[in-house]
Design a protein around this ligand. Structure first.
Ligand code: S3P
Length: 427
């Protein structure tokens, strides 16, 4: 990519990844036929869909984004389930499969095998689950067992861990109670409410009790704010830009990036237009903005956890100091996103101070072109593309293809909005 062209126009973004994983997994658990439109057809969610199909669940695919899930009957898979790079897929599925009367093996790519699984193994074992894992890493071998409800205080704010426990709770005897240290995304809770589950949230405590069958759902998945964030930050940074993104999920547990960008002086206009799948959706207009540095810590961190790679790019272009703390979870994502982003941005001349639980930068910094790597981490590859749009000269991002794990067509969307991006070559 090269700098110079403004981003202008209206676009939508692909369906929400978190909701798309949940739609197929929870559709498989439901008693009946669920209809899902706007489903995200991307690397991560396709892996979850394939695993659900390997569990004997019949899924009709009307087109890439329109599915009918015939839920209610899962059976023993004939081979290990392969979640490829999908942390959400494997962790949520572990909760579901802990409650099934057949054994299963859950596995994935080398990258997924490096990610911590103790965070789900421990609470599921407390519930009585029989899970075997060498060094608390995938592959996970799950054998049938009788589950019971527990009260569990989450050691970290994590929607994946919370969801694994809630889904297992639907197969457990008694009440399952979770105490959250912070407001992690609540898509599982919202979906369970719409499916008629016995679930209540009171402050930071969530209770679920198995009450028989789950109703199937009929939903349209709204656009993913985590995908929108790359376009929003690009529009804020590239001169003369003015873009509008329609039908974006505005669930307040996901909109931390909008709050923080606005606190930095970003010119954003956000209009809620309605509800989709029990989630507020709306339109976001983003224009070129003069950003100021900001301090980020506490509860907002989990509300923007996937946006820190692109936020680092924004912070480098803001006037003054930006300090991020309480974000050590970034080190156990697809990659160590603090170290990897700092390392790639340094190739472009950036000065980034890494901290154990965040980072500090002082801006504005003028970046120069470089050849950078995507590290098989979609959000790294897309963030470096945004960095390249405001760097001097021509930047090459290798492995941009991994953007397709969450945002298929990312380079094309950038091009449609007018960015000077070309895709090509072997990597
Ligand atoms: C997700 C939860 C978050 C997030 C991930 C999606 C989910 O992970 O980073 O991209 O859909 O539940 P953690 O729960 O590990 O923080």
């Amino acid at each position: 990519m090269r700098p110079g062209n403004p981003l202008r126009g209206t676009s939508s973004v692909p369906g929400d990844k978190s909701l798309s994983h949940r739609a197929v997994l929870m559709g498989a658990m439901a008693d009946g036929v669920s209809h899902v439109r706007g489903w995200l057809a991307a690397g991560d969610t396709e892996a979850t869909l394939a695993s659900v199909q390997a569990l004997g669940v019949f899924v009709e695919r009307h087109d890439e984004h329109t599915l009918t899930v015939h839920g209610g009957t899962m059976r023993q898979p004939t081979a290990p389930l392969n979640f490829v790079n999908a942390g959400t897929g494997i962790r949520l599925a572990a909760g579901v499969l802990a409650g099934q009367p057949f054994p299963s093996v859950l596995d994935g790519s080398e990258q997924l095998r490096r990610r911590p699984m103790r965070r789900i193994i421990e609470p599921l074992r407390l519930m009585g689950a029989d899970i075997e894992a060498v060094n608390d890493r995938a592959p996970l071998t799950i054998r049938p067992s009788k589950l019971r409800g527990v009260r569990y205080e989450l050691p970290m704010a994590s929607a994946q861990v919370k969801s694994a426990i809630l889904l297992a709770g639907l197969y457990a005897e008694g009440v399952t109670e979770i105490v959250e240290p912070g407001p992690a995304r609540d898509h599982t809770e919202r979906m369970l409410v719409s499916m008629g589950a016995d679930i209540q949230t009171e402050g930071n405590v969530i209770r679920v009790t198995a009450n028989g069958q789950l109703r199937p759902m009929d939903m349209t998945v709204p656009g993913d704010i985590s995908s929108a964030a790359f376009l929003i930050v690009a529009a804020c940074l590239v001169p003369d830009s003015d873009i509008t993104l329609t039908n974006v999920n505005l669930n307040p547990t996901r909109t931390g990036i909008l709050d923080v960008l606005q606190a930095m002086g970003a010119r954003l206009e956000i209009h809620e237009t309605g509800l989709e799948a029990g989630e507020p959706v709306g339109t976001i207009r983003a224009q070129t903005s003069a950003l100021r540095g900001v301090e980020v810590g506490g509860d907002v961190v989990v509300r923007m956890i996937d946006e820190f790679p692109v936020f680092m790019v924004a912070a480098l272009h803001a006037e003054g100091e930006t300090l991020v703390r309480d974000a050590k979870e970034l080190r156990v994502k697809e990659t160590d996103r603090i170290a990897v982003m700092a390392g790639e941005l340094r190739k472009m001349g950036a000065v980034v101070e890494e901290r154990e639980d965040g980072f500090r930068v002082v801006g504005p910094q003028r970046l120069h072109s470089a050849e950078v790597q995507g590290h098989d981490d979609h959000r790294i590859a897309m963030s470096m593309t945004v960095a390249g749009l405001v760097a001097q000269g021509e930047t090459i991002v290798h492995e941009i293809r991994c953007a397709g794990d969450s945002f298929p067509g990312f380079p094309q969307t950038m091009m449609q909005l007018g960015a000077n991006v070309a895709e090509g070559g072997a990597s």
